[in-house]
Ligand binder design. Structure first.
Ligand code: FMN
Length: 213
């Protein structure tokens, strides 16, 4: 087994130039996201969400990106989970997409805000029956005595909602992260990687800076 200190990949690709960049980071994200899909990366919409708690302690976990546009990046979760409590206390969050097989990463910072109930409902009804039940079953982030608690609750809910009509739980829904900065990182040969940081200006325009790798 090689020493992990010696594990390194040489990134051989065309790099990223300023001319290739879209003036809009959302459009740039769209291009990269579609390339990640074409490359058949596993779960390209899996992103790490970082939040900070009331003591300044950062926490991270993966959530799935379910929609994005100029208004922001949307994920769904339990509104009583640890992450949601952290967002209620401090809405500044960070998202990170690790598209390692393409020698790429995208890092986003911004403010998270709940989406409307209508928007959550629209997404909720599109989920498979099991996922809709799952939202009801889990008191996300709470301590439970055993897995059995979940299995029993699931059976109970299956019986309760056997007609397939599962209502949207009041404690479940989406957050939209309105981006303030977006960094696109492309690995290059000899560790001369390309990094471009988009920063939203007060007038809504995006300023682009090249960062040293
Ligand atoms: C691939 C993957 C996708 C996930 N997607 C979601 C998601 O979309 N929403 C969610 O609430 N949790 C998702 N999770 C679980 C979270 O990572 C996390 O464990 C959970 O939300 C509780 O986080 P918290 O206690 O920090 O609030 C996912 C986990 C993995 C590994």
């Amino acid at each position: 087994m090689p020493d992990i200190g010696q594990l390194r990949e040489e990134y051989i690709n065309d790099g990223l130039s300023r001319e290739q960049l879209n003036a809009s980071p959302i459009e740039q994200f769209r291009a990269w996201f579609s390339q990640a899909q074409k490359a058949e990366l596993p779960e390209p919409n899996a992103m790490t969400l970082a939040t900070v708690d009331s003591e300044g302690q950062p926490w991270q976990r993966i959530v799935l990106l379910k929609a994005y546009d100029e208004k922001g990046f949307v994920f769904y979760t339990n509104y009583e989970s640890s992450k949601s409590k952290e967002i209620e206390g401090n809405s500044q969050v960070s998202l990170h997409f690790p598209w390692i097989a393409l020698s790429r990463q995208v890092a986003i910072t911004g403010k998270a805000e709940k989406v409307s109930t209508t928007e959550s409902l629209r997404y909720f009804v599109s989920r498979p029956f099991g996922s809709r039940l799952g939202a009801w079953v889990s008191q996300q982030s709470k301590v439970i005595s055993s897995r059995n608690v979940l299995e029993m609750k699931l059976q109970e809910l299956k019986a309760k909602f056997k007609d397939g009509e599962v209502p949207l739980p009041s404690f479940w829904g989406g957050y939209r992260v309105d981006p303030e900065t977006m960094e696109f990182w492309q690995g290059g040969a000899n560790r001369l990687h390309d990094r471009f940081l988009y920063k939203k200006q007060i007038d809504g325009d995006w300023e682009i800076a090249r960062l040293s790798p």
